[in-house]
Design a protein around this ligand. Structure first.
Ligand code: SF4
Length: 374
């Protein structure tokens, strides 16, 4: 990436709403420095992901309000916490006495555009509400490059504000350093997209849309799968020939899929025990390469005693209707406690929609296999 001898002003434009997204935006670089082939899964927006996203959006809105002095409209139950975090982040920015402070700034390079949370003369800040991630440094380098390019600066100070943990990371990049990061990330991305080169399997694979067909992940997972297959008693293994399992084969070939699931189920248990061990080591202060314990927000709930206290005001019918039905076993237990001499009225139970459980069974040789071995 070469620096163009031009001066563009203004460097930043107000973001449109909804703001467009560039496919090469630095917000993707966080993942691409780990694996340049990473593609965000669209179907992973489960309830927990949505809740995280919503909380992140609210935290950013508060941060903006804390910087601009605009009124805050958030009435969520954790609004006070978010406001405290936003004020902390705004305070960190105020410490450098910023000149020409701007929020939610669109930054452009010929190859991409993206949005930084705040900029001022010589500085760029981004607010992060989740866990620490070194990949964010590449994202900020992308923003910093756009600023330096537009303002003809040779150096910029970058800031990551982890508001939930009140951790402020600050460092300086020269134009050449930022350009080198951008060049490397974009070149690796191009090679990954065009030739599937440079893929690196790791913990982000679980959130990658390509996980089902990725050759790098199949290669990385193969030894673990093979090792797990060895853990299963021979007579318990499906009668299928051994062979390398790939992401493609385990999702298209029934024999390979069977072997893979046997292995995976065995690994699940071992992985659970390995995780417990790693947690214990870290809790005791012994390092485990590649892992650390970080604080996370646990899901909020209304305790049972509070529900009981509010039932008279809200109404039992509305509370139960909102909560939903009860498992038959739990209801039966309750019934037996209150009516110990009465038979349970089975007619009040309902059968859920047909759900078929996947069970492990002893493999049987097919007629074809028997004929071959006869
Ligand atoms: S599944 Fe493949 S492309 Fe996706 S992150 Fe993992 S290694 Fe990269």
């Amino acid at each position: 990436m070469t620096r163009k001898p031009r001066r563009r002003t203004p460097v930043a434009k107000p973001a449109a709403d909804p703001r467009p997204h560039h496919p090469l935006s630095p917000s993707n670089w966080t993942k691409w420095v780990k694996c340049p082939g990473f593609e965000r899964r669209r179907d992973d927006e489960d309830e927990a992901s949505r809740a995280r996203l919503e909380r992140g959006n609210r935290a950013h809105a508060m941060f903006e309000a804390a910087l601009t002095g605009e009124p805050v409209k958030d009435t969520g139950e954790d609004a006070c916490d978010l406001w405290e975090q936003a004020e902390w982040a705004a305070g960190e920015i105020a410490r450098v006495a910023p000149r020409n402070l701007r929020v939610e700034v669109r930054l452009e390079m010929p190859q991409y555009f993206g949005y930084a949370d705040a900029t001022a003369d010589g500085h760029v800040w981004d607010l992060k509400t989740g866990y620490f991630d070194d990949g964010y440094r590449a994202q900020l380098a992308g923003y910093a490059l756009a600023i330096m390019d537009a303002e003809m600066r040779d150096e910029l100070t970058l800031h990551l504000l982890y508001s939930e943990h009140q951790r402020h990371e600050e460092w300086t990049l020269t134009y050449d350093e930022a350009a080198a990061i951008a060049r490397d990330v974009l070149a690796a991305r191009a090679a990954a997209v065009e030739k599937r080169e440079g893929l690196v399997a790791g913990d982000i694979c679980g959130r990658c849309a390509l996980a089902g067909t990725c050759p790098a992940l199949a290669t990385a997972a193969a030894p673990a799968i093979e090792a797990a297959v060895e853990l299963i008693p021979a007579e318990d293994r499906p009668h299928v020939p051994a062979g390398q399992l790939t992401s493609e084969s385990v999702t298209s070939d029934p024999l390979a899929a069977g072997r893979f699931l046997f292995a995976f189920k065995a690994m699940e248990d071992i992985a659970g025990r390995a995780e417990a061990f790693v947690r214990a080591e870290l809790m005791d202060g012994r390092p485990v390469p590649g892992f650390e314990l970080q604080n996370g927000a646990s899901p909020s709930y209304v305790p049972a005693e509070e529900v009981v206290r509010w039932v008279p005001s809200i109404g039992l019918e509305r509370v139960v209707a909102a909560y939903g039905g009860m498992p038959v076993a739990s209801f039966k237990k309750l019934y037996a406690q209150v009516f110990p001499d009465k038979e349970f009225p089975s007619a009040i139970t309902h059968q859920g929609k047909g759900y078929k459980r996947l069970c492990r069974v002893k493999p049987r040789k097919s007629k074809k296999a028997k004929a071959l071995t006869a």
